[in-house]
Design a protein. Structure first.
Length: 256
């Protein structure tokens, strides 16, 4: 029997009142204020498009390029890099609908090339499923942020240790080329998946984030995240560990 999941789609519920030119936001501290819980009897297979043989070959070929690049980089200069994409080369927008973390991630990663609404149509994003992890991501990113030859990597194809190494190498390779990485995450009550401490409310939350930097020092391995979650207590930009990002993204994967 397939395991069933309760899907939580990150959102904001704000009661806005306009009075005398001012906007008053009524933000109660209820857990569901910023998380819409929908019991759709969904399983992971409904939220992810399985890779084709061609997809797997493309990912393998790109990974070889990334590994070769990083080996040469380490030989030349070693560790200690902290690299972030330039401000102005990406956006830091909050998602406009509760289930639009995918469209918001595309908007932020492409530096607002098109609207969140347009990306929602591209991905066929729906309130019941959100945005599936599928090859549409490649076509969207290659069209609106061309030059990187974006590829999908499916985390479930790897052991955790291998996925963590793959994730780190993919981020370094992509950021050094001055392109962002999109991660499709599954954040649970296990704190090892909390990208930020503000996710302590999470039980079964599916959420896209954008990686716009990394710290590859010997003592720290971290990624700089742009997060469209409107929940109070979660900043739009923060550092998280590669460990946590690997844990959170292994169920689905990354677009890099």
């Amino acid at each position: 029997m397939k395991k069933k999941f309760v899907k939580i789609i990150i959102c904001t519920v704000l009661a806005l009142t306009i009075s005398g030119g001012s906007i008053i936001a009524n933000a109660a501290e209820n857990t569901l204020l910023n998380a819409q819980e929908v019991n759709n009897n969904l399983d992971i297979e409904q939220m992810i498009e399985k890779p084709t043989e061609e997809d797997l070959i493309a990912n393998e070929e790109k990974m070889k390029l990334a590994e070769e690049y990083i080996q040469n980089k380490k030989k030349a200069r070693g560790y200690g890099y902290l690299v972030t994409l330039a401000n102005g080369s990406y956006q830091t927008a909050i998602q406009q609908q509760g289930y639009w973390c995918g469209p918001a991630a595309a908007y932020n990663a492409t530096n607002g090339k098109r609207t969140q609404s347009q990306y929602a149509m591209d991905f066929a994003t729906s309130e019941s499923v959100g945005t599936r992890f599928k090859n549409t991501w490649k076509y969207v990113m290659d069209t609106d942020r061309p030059g990187n030859n974006y590829t999908l990597s499916w985390g479930s194809n790897y052991s955790y240790a291998d996925w963590k190494a793959h994730l780190k190498n993919s981020i370094i390779y992509t950021i050094d080329k001055r392109y962002p990485v999109i991660a499709d995450t599954y954040i649970t009550s296990d704190s090892s998946t909390w990208l930020h401490s503000g996710y302590d409310y999470a039980t079964s939350t599916y959420h896209y984030v954008v990686v716009v930097g990394y710290d590859d020092s010997i003592t720290a391995a971290e990624a700089l995240i742009v997060d469209s979650n409107p929940r109070s207590g979660i900043p739009v930009k923060y550092w998280t560990t590669i460990d946590k990002l690997a844990k959170a993204s292994q169920t689905f994967g990354i677009v890099w």
